[in-house]
Design a protein around this ligand. Structure first.
Ligand code: 13P
Length: 341
């Protein structure tokens, strides 16, 4: 393992003013996204939609890396350029989702364990050959009714660390993604407690399994009140609770924390990140690895129609720019209206 190279890649992914586009929706998830705009999920529609995102001019000023799905890393732009090559030519680092999904955890009611370790060494070697320089593995946890259980917390931490060690062996930066789902009626304190327990287990396993923190990135949830809670914390409270949790549980040797958006509105995801960065500097870069919060307006503007490609690209570029500004606390909500006007 060449830790210096892994550290260089990790730092490039959290370069100033930039973050990651998560475009690694599995076949099931992208179908759900397409269903929401009445577009059929065919291979060509999926390719065309990703092509629209990846060919957006100027996105590279705010986007450091893109996470691809197995199908997408093998597809090409309309001019025949393979997607990983297209991204590289813009200075964007290609990455790949390598887990095979969160599956019901045996003997645990309503909890999941993420699968995909069997044959992973061989798959990582193939993805590296296809141009990937980093990878992602997502574990999920729910809050409430005794969840997350210690059982769920530790089996997922163990699997995340096994994945991360294999990535580093293969020369890929592992993005370690433990997502504590923020659905439900929980308080922000309950979210902080669950997120802290999950992070503590993840860093214990990463350490025990010899993973070099300097060659990793963390992709966590923000600490929020549940989406269905009767009162919900505002941006400053979210920033304070999230930072307090991460200062306690994430080693300073980790180069960057790239948050997922996890169902927040686009503007909340940007405002929360902005607030945290305005309270900096912090031991790690605080950035984004958003799926929905970068793509939702673009998906809607596109609606599956070729004549809307430019409008969709403008919508994507706008969100990329706003989140790029949130990397340094330079965003304000008035910037949204200025564009809408
Ligand atoms: P969201 O930002 O839509 O939560 O997606 C990020 C992601 O990659 C989830 O695994």
């Amino acid at each position: 393992m060449d830790i210096a190279t892994l550290n260089e890649t990790a730092r490039a992914l959290v370069a100033e003013g930039k973050g990651i586009l998560a475009a690694d929706e599995s076949s099931g998830t992208i179908k759900k996204r397409f269903d929401s705009i009445g577009v059929e999920s065919t291979e060509e529609n999926r390719r065309g939609y990703r092509d629209l995102l990846f060919t957006t001019e100027g996105a590279e000023e705010h986007i450091s890396g893109v996470i691809l799905f197995d199908e997408t890393i093998r597809q090409s732009s309309s001019d025949g350029t393979p997607f990983p090559k297209l991204l590289e030519s813009k200075g964007i680092v290609p990455g790949i989702k390598v887990d095979t999904g969160a599956k019901p955890l045996a003997l645990a009611d309503g909890e999941t364990v993420t699968e995909g370790l069997d044959g992973l060494r061989e798959r990582l070697a193939e993805y590296r050959g296809l141009g990937a320089r980093f990878a992602k593995w997502r574990a999920t946890y729910s809050i409430g009714d005794g969840k997350p259980s210690e059982y769920c917390v530790w089996v997922n931490a163990h699997a995340l660390a096994r994945y991360a060690a294999l990535c580093q062996e293969a020369g890929l930066v592992p993005i370690v993604e433990p997502e504590v789902l923020q659905d439900g009626t929980h308080t922000i304190e309950e979210s902080a407690k669950a997120t802290g327990r999950v992070l503590q287990a993840v860093y214990t396993e990463l350490h025990d399994q010899r993973v070099e923190y300097a060659g990793t990135l963390l992709k966590p949830n923000m600490v929020l009140s549940g989406y269905e809670a009767s009162t919900r914390a505002g941006a400053r409270e979210v920033a304070d609770a999230t930072l307090e949790c991460f200062y306690k549980h994430v080693p300073a040797a980790v180069p960057g924390i790239v948050f997922l958006s996890g169902g927040q509105t686009d503007e909340d995801a940007t405002a929360h990140l902005n607030e945290m960065n305005s309270l900096g500097p912090h031991p790690w870069q605080l950035s984004f690895s958003y799926g929905r919060a970068l793509q939702a307006p673009a998906l809607k503007a596109w609606g599956g129609s070729a004549e809307n490609v430019e409008a969709a690209q403008r919508a994507y570029l706008h969100r990329a720019r706003m989140n790029g500004l949130a990397r340094s606390g330079a965003y304000s909500p008035e910037m949204e209206e200025a564009v809408a006007a």
